[in-house]
Design a protein around this ligand. Structure first.
Ligand code: AMP
Ligand code: MG
Length: 317
């Protein structure tokens, strides 16, 4: 290896975890696998460390970060939990649900994490490696997806190095992410109201059942920072609901529409979610100048898949 800025990719074994913990401790960045996508982690209590996330990603500073916690106790030190929040945490943590809750006045997080908002987004991840890293550190970790802002999210170590290059000193390699889509984000509001800020693996159907469909308020009606329209971009035009490939198109299939790669030959939406970014990366890296994607049903996690595809297809203004 030459130069001091070369990215290291290490297996996520005991040595790798210990090294990651040391880098995080000293305010550095580490890319860590989670069950959703790979996260670019920094200690949430350090302004300098968190600034490195925004710089490495080229992320606008009005877009707040999700804070990853070791356990409920750590979460309780950062946010005010009401009964609904406790119930959701009990049901879905560790797992792919992020709760946006009132920030505690004494929370040990730097202002940039919440972009100065009076709320904080929290999640306890279930991936063994992220949990090990969190249990080796005394602080919570801010960790957005480990890719340049607007690009396709990473679901394996190679995606991270391809997108961030040497801006991330260490990547822990934990294989492919099993869920493959970013967490569902729910904001719990006063008066029993709530809103879905981002669809994800925990579905709207499930949340409606638990929180009440009537109390669900449209996210557009309220301020939801950072839900940028253009996101997950493969860097070339993307056509949705395609039954066949036109000239020059790399076709991402689903079910019976075979395609150049297939989200799920059996039409399984969970498998499609897990393979979505892998297929978008394949399309982005192919020789074809354009990408097309077969129709994917909207039910259950299909809502989140279609949300990401719509944003991936959105062209710059
Ligand atoms: P990422 O870290 O890239 O997975 O994205 C995190 C998303 O969480 C951002 O795009 C925000 O929209 C959302 N978010 C984080 N914190 C808050 C908050 N305090 N209030 C509302 N949305 C938030
Ligand atoms: Mg992201």
């Amino acid at each position: 290896m030459s130069g001091k800025n070369v990215t290291e990719v290490l297996p996520a074994d005991a040595d790798g975890i210990a090294r990651a913990a040391r880098i995080l401790e000293s305010g550095g960045l580490v890319a860590v696998p989670t069950e959703t996508v790979y996260g670019l982690a920094a200690r949430a209590d350090s302004a300098e460390a968190v600034a490195k996330i925004y710089a490495a990603k080229g992320r606008p500073d009005f877009n707040p970060l999700i804070v990853h916690v070791r356990d409920l106790e750590q979460a309780l030190s950062l946010a005010e939990f009401d009964e609904r929040a406790l119930d959701l945490a009990e049901r879905f943590w560790p797992g792919p649900l992020t709760l946006v809750l009132p920030l505690r006045a004494d929370a040990r997080v730097t202002k940039a994490v919440t972009a100065g908002l009076p709320t904080i987004a929290l999640r306890q991840p279930s991936h063994r490696v992220m949990r090990d890293v969190l249990s080796h550190t005394g602080f919570a970790l801010a960790a957005p997806s480990a890719n340049r802002s607007e690009e396709i999210s990473p679901t394996c170590a190679e995606h991270v190095t391809a997108s961030l290059g040497n801006d991330c000193p260490l990547v822990l390699d934990g294989g492919s992410s099993t869920k493959g889509l970013e967490s569902t984000i729910v904001s719990l509001r006063e008066g029993g109201r709530w809103s879905l800020l981002r669809p994800g693996p925990v579905t709207l159907e499930t949340l409606n059942r638990l929180l009440g469909a009537d109390a669900h308020v449209d996210q557009d009606a309220i301020e939801a920072p950072g839900q940028l329209e253009r996101h997950y971009s493969p860097g070339k035009p993307l056509r949705l609901s395609a039954k066949v490939a036109e000239d020059g198109e790399f076709l991402i299939g689903f079910g019976a529409i075979a395609g150049d790669c297939n989200l799920s030959p059996s039409g399984d939406l969970n498998e499609a979610a897990a393979r979505l970014y892998e297929c978008l990366h394949l399309g982005a890296n192919s020789d074809m100048p354009r990408i097309a994607v077969a129709p994917v049903p909207y039910g259950e996690v299909g809502m989140a898949i279609n949300d990401r595809l719509r944003r991936a297809a959105s062209q710059p203004d």
